[in-house]
Design a protein around this ligand. Structure first.
Ligand code: HEM
Length: 137
């Protein structure tokens, strides 16, 4: 992974003080750019909203614990196959995730931070997609 993990951590930490605005921005961005994924989500997203960000936080903490990280991602990927998440949805979610981080990370957002997030999301999504495919076979 060509990611600088200290940049991942510092940019993620810079976003945290913005609280629930962050997840609201993320879902607004996702549904505005990819309205086709809206029906996969429950009508009332409120309780659900913060779970994605909490999961990201847990992933960020475990970036160097490869076995733990892989296990978490495989479980998430299997559950997502059940939610109807398809491989082609992952780039859409990744783009909204990066747009959200860029919006809230302030000075902590740099080209190197963006590159690092792109590399990390690549690992996250490919592990989830593989586990999801294996689960639906
Ligand atoms: C970084 C990648 C992602 C992370 C960390 C993530 C995290 C989560 C978490 C923690 C939940 C709560 C339920 C659970 O733990 O199983 C969830 C639910 C969900 N996610 Fe994701 N997710 C990701 C990518 C995606 C993608 C690509 C899609 C495809 C559209 C998606 C669609 C959903 C749906 C439909 C639900 C259920 C929501 C509901 O019940 O209304 N997620 N996600």
């Amino acid at each position: 992974m060509t990611a600088d993990l200290s940049l991942i951590r510092s940019s993620f930490a810079a976003v945290q003080p913005h609280g629930s605005q962050v997840t609201a921005y993320f879902y607004d961005h996702l549904f505005a750019h990819h309205p086709g994924v809206r029906p996969l989500f429950a009508t009332h997203l409120d309780e659900q909203r913060d779970r994605l960000w909490a999961a990201l936080g847990a992933l960020v903490v475990n970036l160097e614990n490869t076995d733990t990280l892989t296990g978490m991602l495989q479980n998430l990927g299997r559950r997502h196959a059940g939610y109807g998440a398809l491989a082609e949805h992952y780039p859409a979610v990744g783009a909204s995730l990066i747009a959200t981080l860029r919006h809230y990370a302030g000075d902590a957002w740099t080209p190197a931070a963006e590159e690092s997030w792109a590399a990390v999301y690549d690992v996250i999504s490919s592990t989830m997609i593989e586990a999801g495919k294996a689960a639906s076979n």
